[in-house]
Design a protein around this ligand. Structure first.
Ligand SMILES: C[S@@+](CC[C@H](N)C(=O)[O-])C[C@H]1O[C@@H](n2cnc3c(N)ncnc32)[C@H](O)[C@@H]1O
Ligand code: FES
Length: 449
């Protein structure tokens, strides 16, 4: 017995530019149309849709296969999808004009394709060519830089409703030549569409990149654009073991806290669930930034109050986030340096979210002693960070984030779970446990004796 009535495979294989493939023939459009149509029809629960790699019939793409019937479709367009759903998936009648059932011819093509592919790989290997995925890795900065420039110039906002390259250039006060090249590159990255000389946002770019959208991440993503400048100095930072001198940027703090806030909002409910709110009345949120975690705890339990400690240039932003959350009476923000200034006493929970990676091992050990002293007996500390495996070669994001600390902080780094556990134990914490949460950051919770 199958868990679904139908299983649909859509080939989404990408191939080098100029080589026919399902992806080049817009199979991602077919996939989007399929998911949309199944949703509309209320059939998503009966049909499993899976993308797949090359099936060896690339000149005839996009190729779609439907099991258990074993029906192969070729040359499918997004416009064909409603008919496939209504006729095949709803009524069991394949759409004959798209079906390819000449099995011997298909098999011959697949075999020929496989032989050609293996011969091509061998020839490239013999010629000493770099593998494609390594080339992609090395050129990854081009994709990233294109999107970051579009965000900096606020292209996606300028495109609202669709606009020509001339109109966009005027709105973003940039050269026509450069703007047109940028718009074409964004269309190639499938972040825009171009029809009859008019560029338009895709649903994804309209939702996440245009300023007017309620889900806009532009401001938070500008923090990544700022990081770009630091990462440009990575070679010098690796040589020196320290960040390059800062180029004072007034917008840095704003975009940094906006980026932290966006991440935190996505995770705060999971973090509240991980810690629970039972027995918690007073929280100390060290380096609380936008206070997103204090806000989430306060909303989850009306008996909770929180104190957020942060640096002087961040505090006005912290206060504004608290005001907007309507929690001014229950969350208090104060200026302080968590490594030096008094932390207070008798807290039930201390939050250290995205904090420890900024500091050296020595500073973290001292910080955990201070946190221990600030907690009431039986109180807990919650550490959220990018936690490395003992070998420090994984997870990938945590390992790369260490470099982010190299180019941006005096002594910060990603640390491993055994390092965190040793520091916590040394400070007098017990019941140190890792709480599995989805996403790149991990959570450790420990209890004061
Ligand atoms: C990476 S952010 C994390 C913000 C927040 N905890 C979160 O998870 O969204 C680090 C925060 O720590 C603050 N910070 C850095 N050094 C600090 C220090 N010595 N004392 C107090 N706050 C500090 C920064 O201003 C920033 O708001
Ligand atoms: S790319 Fe789809 S069949 Fe080859």
């Amino acid at each position: 017995m199958e868990p679904f009535q139908y299983h649909v495979f859509v080939c989404r294989q990408e191939k080098p530019e100029g080589v026919n493939s399902c992806s080049a023939a817009c199979s991602w459009d077919v996939l989007a149309a399929l998911n949309r149509e199944l949703d509309i029809e209320g059939a998503a629960g009966e049909v499993q849709v899976t993308t797949c790699g090359c099936l060896g019939l690339c000149d005839e793409g996009p190729v779609v296969i439907i099991y258990p019937d074993g029906v192969w479709y070729r040359g499918v367009k997004a416009a064909d999808v409603p008919e496939i759903v209504a006729s095949h998936l709803r009524s069991g009648k394949p759409v004959s004009r798209l079906v390819w059932n000449d099995a011997p011819a298909m098999k011959a093509l697949i075999t020929e394709h496989g032989n050609q592919y293996r011969a091509m790989l061998k020839a490239r290997d013999q010629a000493g060519a770099l593998p494609d995925d390594i080339n992609e890795l090395i050129r990854g900065f081009m994709f990233s830089r294109t999107v970051l420039t579009a965000l900096e110039l606020d292209v996606f906002t300028a495109l609202a409703g669709g606009a020509s390259a001339d109109a966009v250039a005027e709105r973003i006060q940039s050269s026509r030549r450069g703007t047109e090249m940028l718009l074409h590159a964004l269309a190639a990255l499938k972040l825009l569409r171009k029809e009859n000389g008019i560029f338009r946002n895709t649903p994804l770019s309209a939702r996440f990149f245009a300023e007017a959208s309620p889900d806009s991440a532009r401001k938070a993503l500008l923090h990544t654009a700022n990081l770009w400048h630091r990462w440009s100095n990575l070679t010098a930072s690796v040589r020196a073991g320290t960040p390059a001198p800062k180029t004072g940027d007034g917008e840095w703090v704003n975009t940094f806290i906006a980026a932290m806030d966006r991440n935190a909002r996505e995770r705060s409910q999971a973090v509240v669930n991980a810690a629970g709110t039972e027995g918690i009345r007073r929280i100390l949120d060290l380096g609380g930034g936008s206070a997103a975690y204090s806000i989430a705890f306060a909303r989850a339990n009306s008996g909770v109050t929180a104190e957020v400690l942060d640096l002087a240039d961040v505090l006005p932003l912290t206060q504004e986030y608290i005001r907007r959350a309507g929690l001014v009476g229950r969350i208090h923000a104060r200026v302080g340096d968590m490594l030096r200034d008094p932390l207070g006493h008798g807290f039930d929970l201390v939050l250290l979210s995205a904090i420890c990676h900024m500091f050296s091992p020595k500073e973290n050990r001292a910080l955990y002693q201070r946190v221990h002293a600030a907690l009431a007996p039986g109180g807990r500390v919650l550490v959220q960070d990018f936690i490395l495996e003992p070998e420090k070669t994984a997870p990938r994001f945590a390992a790369l984030f260490s470099l982010n600390m190299l180019v941006g902080t005096r002594a910060g780094s990603s640390y491993s779970e055994p390092e965190y556990a040793a520091w916590l134990a040394e400070a007098g914490f017990r019941d140190i446990r890792r709480v599995p949460l989805p996403g790149p950051a991990g959570v450790l919770i420990a209890t004061r004796d």
